[in-house]
Design a protein around this ligand. Structure first.
Ligand SMILES: [Zn+2]
Length: 435
């Protein structure tokens, strides 16, 4: 490491991140230990539930063993026995490295071993106390987070000063039976006409729009991102079939048309409220289900939307991995596109590093956010931030060493890409200090 490298690494260490994407559940649920779908067990294995579990499965761990691993009633020793043959296979992946950084930084433990696991189990329990979210984020030098709750369409958080919230539009535009049930659970309403459904969407925007930080949609998990204009009268008829008093299942083309209409309606509403639209792009979490041909078309599919809503600001998440060069092209060409590197550093740390170098030489530096942990648990956000900081420092160091940028320019660049861009871009982001 040269003196210049060390200086750049220190600037990156000292600069707080504005974290633009998490799925953190509320701290009070973690402290209460109340288990549910989003907190299947309240012990150290929770830190491995996203995303290490997926690497374990693809490495060959039987699904039944993985299920047992997250059982709330199994001892730590038994859990370690289940994971140990597979841990060695995955320990170098970004997902596992984020956990190892977390064990080191939060628990002062180097690794998962038969010997360390009982101590790690104890340290997990000792950490989960009121105020520990602020403690972990402080240790990671993160000043605030944006949370896309998976439990509520827009979470009424107990900690608005550090956990800004996205308004999810997924339920409104995907319109699956589960989505309708979620909306009914929250509002008591079961729409049978398009007009009633739009009134509900309007209600959510009126209620949450003024304080939400953005709208968020991960519909790319279930369909392509080619949203074309659809006439309201046509959408009305389709909605009657889909949700009216006499229901018929819509075929794939009709469901797509209904979703196209609803998605574009939500994008218009977001524009009305000045809210950016965050879209999942690229790689899909999970195991054994990704349709790569559809993922490959994400960037090209989005072009019409970007042209039809030139005033709406779109945030394309996860760098579209593994098609990240196409997302550099979108951000370079379209004024209304910003790229978020959330999740990307742990999907593939080496690609994150190369992407940032490429991006900074092609796209204006105000069009990127460089960190979002994308976790339900707050603890591994720490480890993910370690990997991101290393990648950012090394990308900038190389750009300086290769004489693409001057070392004197890097402090300003670091400020922009780690926090300043996000603070300027998101209207309702809490401000920890003057920026
Ligand atoms: Zn996410």
């Amino acid at each position: 490491m040269t003196t210049s490298d060390r200086q750049i690494a220190q600037w990156v260490e000292e600069t707080p991140f504005v974290d633009t994407h998490e799925h953190l559940i509320e701290e009070s649920q973690r402290v209460s230990g109340r288990t549910d779908q989003w907190l299947p067990c309240d012990d150290w294995t929770y830190l491995l539930s996203a995303y290490v579990a997926e690497d374990l499965l693809t490495a060959g761990m039987p699904a039944a063993d993985l299920q047992s691993f997250f059982r709330p009633d199994l001892s730590s020793e038994a859990k370690y026995q289940l994971i140990s043959p597979h841990w060695d296979r995955i320990r170098h992946t970004g997902y596992a490295q984020a956990v190892r950084h977390t064990l080191r930084g939060l628990y002062n433990e180097d690794d998962l071993t038969a010997e360390s696991v009982p101590r790690i189990a104890e340290k997990y329990r000792a950490t989960v106390r009121p105020g520990f979210y602020a403690g972990v984020l402080g240790l990671a030098n993160i000043e605030s987070c944006q949370v896309n709750s998976l439990q509520r369409i827009c979470m009424d958080t107990e900690q608005p000063a550090i956990l800004a919230q996205d308004l999810s539009i997924l339920e409104f535009c995907r319109c699956s039976p589960n989505d309708l049930a979620s909306v009914e659970f929250e509002t008591g309403k079961r729409p049978t006409t398009l007009e009633e459904w739009l009134n509900i969407i309007d209600f959510y925007f009126a209620t949450h729009g003024p304080r939400a930080v953005a709208v968020k949609c991960q519909i790319a998990y279930s369909r392509a991102l080619d949203f074309v204009p659809v006439a309201q009268a046509h959408a009305s008829r389709l909605f009657l079939h889909h949700c009216g008093k006499v229901r018929h299942a819509l075929g794939p083309d009709d469901l797509k048309a209904l979703q196209d209409y609803l998605f574009r309606y939500c994008v218009s509403k977001a524009g009305e409220f000045g809210l950016p639209v965050k879209l999942h792009t690229g790689y899909l979490a999970g195991c054994g289900s990704m349709q790569l041909a559809r993922v490959r078309n994400n960037a090209a599919d989005l072009c019409q939307l970007l042209q039809d809503f030139p005033e709406t600001r779109f945030v394309l998440m996860h760098i579209g991995y593994p098609y990240e060069q196409e997302f550099i092209a979108l951000a370079k060409h379209y004024p209304n596109v910003t790229i978020d590197m959330c999740w990307a550093w742990i999907i593939n740390p080496a690609v994150g590093f190369r992407f940032l170098k490429d991006f900074l030489l092609a796209v204006p530096a105000n069009k990127i956010f460089t960190f979002g942990g994308d976790y339900l648990a707050v603890e591994p956000v720490y480890g993910h931030a370690c990997i991101a900081r290393r990648g950012i420092a090394e990308a900038l160091s190389q750009l300086v060493a290769e004489r693409w940028i001057a070392r004197e320019e890097t402090p300003d660049l670091i400020q922009k890409i780690m926090r300043g861009n996000a603070l300027r871009f998101f209207p309702n982001m809490p401000r920890a200090s003057a920026s």
